[in-house]
Design a protein around this ligand. Structure first.
Ligand SMILES: NC(=O)c1ccc[n+]([C@@H]2O[C@H](COP(=O)([O-])OP(=O)(O)OC[C@H]3O[C@@H](n4cnc5c(N)ncnc54)[C@H](OP(=O)(O)O)[C@@H]3O)[C@@H](O)[C@H]2O)c1
Length: 275
């Protein structure tokens, strides 16, 4: 008889994490879904998902999240490091405590949870860690320096980890969503405004980006990305990177293969915005 597989998903109170928790539960997995706003996860609980309070910046919280799953299921097949947000604003203006907060959630949280599940996965001789990066792990836009830095760090971390644990049957892979309907953009724009003083020389750029992005709706939905998370979690021969659309692949390819072209396009865009 096949055992029911167990997945741990962080940042499951909104957006892609919420959609992924629902998808894995509907496909018959034991799902452990963590976030700080558990009051928003009652529908998941009704589906049989185990909803747990989780703050990925807190070591005790991370330990309790992993221990609960392990005590109840005795195994962990998949960890999805999805919790994340954009701490946006100009490099010169963002306070160091906000820089540290960005790394605490997007990078160190994922690192700590990964380290907590590895002994179990290695002991099982199977398991997969799926890191939710971004197309912004390869490309960059102004005001996103620290967000891009955390996602690039996550990608390097994943590749190195994969090289270390593959021989034990454990794999580490990366999903790179592009713009996706969720609460992400609203949170990132709010941080950009909070991190930039009204009289800052960078304020006009922040206002222009806000005007540009406020009215826009991304074409991909969180449910679309949940399917990509699922593919990354179960593929028999996992790829290093998972992207959702041809457009996302093209922009990542351009940023990597034609960096000077990407950069000059970016500078022209900023000039137009700053006018
Ligand atoms: N949407 C996009 O366009 C886009 C594009 C590329 C990559 N991404 C990445 O995709 C992932 C999911 O984002 P999303 O678009 O679904 O955003 P979202 O709708 O804002 O959801 C973010 C989730 O992260 C959780 N989170 C934030 N801080 C946390 C913490 N300290 N501890 C635990 N959970 C925390 C939030 O839960 P609580 O606040 O309740 O804790 C929420 O459930 C993120 O890593 C994001 O960077 C998003």
């Amino acid at each position: 008889m096949e055992t029911t597989r167990t997945a741990l998903i962080t940042g499951a109170s909104a957006g892609m994490g919420l959609a992924a928790a629902e998808l894995f539960a509907r496909r018959g997995w034991h799902v452990y879904a963590g976030a700080r706003r558990v009051e928003r996860m009652t529908e998941l609980a009704a589906l049989g998902v185990r909803v747990l309070t989780l703050d990925v910046t807190n070591s005790e919280s991370n330990q309790a999240f992993v221990n609960t799953a392990l005590t109840e299921q005795g195994r962990i097949d998949v960890l999805i490091n999805n919790a994340g947000y954009g701490e946006y604003g100009p490099v010169e203006d963002i306070a160091m405590d906000r820089v540290r907060a960005q790394f605490a959630v997007n990078f160190f949280g994922a690192v700590e949870l990964t380290k907590l599940v590895l002994p179990t996965m290695r002991g099982q001789a199977s398991g997969r860690v799926v890191h939710i990066s971004s197309i912004g792990g390869d490309l960059y836009t102004p005001l996103g320096a620290f967000y891009h830095a955390t996602k690039a760090a996550l990608q390097q971390f994943s590749d190195t980890l994969d090289a270390e644990v593959r021989r034990f049957g454990v794999r580490s892979v990366v999903v790179q969503p592009g713009g996706t309907q969720s609460e992400w953009a609203q949170v990132a724009l709010a941080t950009a405004k909070r991190n930039t003083a009204l009289d800052s020389v960078y304020r006009p750029l922040v206002e222009a980006v806000d005007r540009l992005l406020s009215g826009r709706t991304a074409s991909a939905t969180s449910a679309d990305l949940a399917k990509v998370f699922y593919r990354a979690a179960v593929a028999e021969r996992p790829k290093r990177r998972y992207l959702n659309s041809v457009g996302d692949r093209l922009v990542v390819w351009t940023a990597r293969a034609l960096p000077n072209l990407y950069r000059s396009g970016m500078h022209q865009g900023i000039k137009r915005l700053a006018k």
